[in-house]
Design a protein around this ligand. Structure first.
Ligand code: SF4
Length: 326
């Protein structure tokens, strides 16, 4: 029997939680993973420019549109409720400086309005469990490997045209919809949503992802919304778990080697380069670490950031083999 108690919110503390970005980053490039999840010193997260102190417009639009959509659905698809939620969230916002707040507000409201007319008369119904709507929930599932737990935020669980689906909102640029749909059945983040729903709410038989795309920066004459109902067969779930645990084992192995190299006296940054191989690829052009990665002399300027780790031989940020919260 599915119960709301089985989908804890907030995320339960204790075990090593990770999400799709954690695994995807390591697969792209282990060194990028190390720089992203391990190397930044907790007391100076901006020292390498690793954390962008500005909330970029694309991210902000996604964030506030999600807030509007959640409240819109919770109030029976009322556009005024969704819009007010966006206004309120913008008023309450206290995070890093937001890039172009005016446009974030306009675009979030515009996308909400477009969403409302696109889905009119064909809205998915929110699924309730124990009388509570499954909307904007943090879900956690143990992986069966050490104490790692996989976590992700579920936008909503819905019933659409007779099927229970994970409802996944994406704010994307024109042209990305096609590639998103094509890669969805193997995309870690999307399959991960099905994995969570499958394990936490087995009685509901959630076998689909309903992809809702809200398209920013539309080409002239292009539709601002698109949707796709993607079937994810159950056997993919176990394959997903095995693939993920294989990557987690590689992360653990590299982390152990990094610690051993440090304990043997190697400078921490160099140990990171040796233990976490660099997979240079076309993705390098998008990598925020390109400058320090490809020019070690540049990295040396920041070497002191890594020193406390070497002297203590461990980390204060992780609970198990390099896993870290996303
Ligand atoms: S620049 Fe390329 S090789 Fe270096 S960390 Fe980034 S992805 Fe890896």
């Amino acid at each position: 029997m599915s119960t709301l108690a089985s989908i804890p919110d907030p995320i339960t503390p204790g075990a090593s939680k990770f999400g799709s970005t954690f695994v995807r980053t390591f697969r792209e490039c282990p060194f990028k993973w190390w720089l992203t999840f391990w190397a930044p010193h907790p007391s100076s997260p901006n020292a390498l420019g690793l954390v962008n102190p500005v909330l970029g417009k694309p991210l902000a639009i996604g964030q506030f549109t999600h807030i509007g959509l959640a409240e819109y659905h919770l109030d029976g698809c009322r556009i005024t409720t969704g819009a007010e939620a966006i206004f309120q969230a913008l008023r309450d916002y206290e995070g890093p400086m937001m890039e172009d707040q005016g446009e974030v507000e306009n675009e979030s409201l515009f996308l909400l309005t477009q969403y409302d007319s696109f889905w009119a008369g064909d809205h998915p119904e929110i699924v309730y469990v124990d009388g509570h709507p499954v909307v904007e929930r943090n879900l956690v599932v143990t992986m069966g490997y050490r104490d790692y737990t996989y976590t992700a935020r579920l936008d909503a669980l819905v019933n659409w045209r007779g099927h229970n689906c994970v409802f996944e909102h994406k704010t994307v640029d024109t042209g990305r919809f096609g590639s998103l749909v094509a890669s969805a059945p193997i995309d870690i983040q999307i399959v991960g949503q099905k994995f969570l729903a499958h394990h936490l709410l087995p009685d509901l038989k959630v076998d689909r992802i309903l992809l809702n795309c809200l398209i920013k920066r539309r080409a002239a004459g292009k539709d601002p919304c698109a949707r796709e109902d993607i079937y994810i067969p159950d056997p993919i779930i176990e394959k997903f778990r095995l693939d993920i645990t294989r990557t987690l084992a590689q992360i653990d192995e590299a982390t152990v080697l990094w610690k051993e190299l440090g304990e043997a006296g190697m400078e921490p940054y160099e140990a990171g380069r040796q233990a976490f191989s660099q997979h240079g690829s076309k993705d390098c052009s998008w990598c925020q670490f390109k400058e320090i990665c490809l020019d070690p002399t540049h990295a040396n300027r920041y070497a002191n950031i890594f020193l406390p780790r070497a002297s203590s031989g461990g980390s204060t940020r992780t609970t198990n083999g390099g896993a870290n919260n996303e």
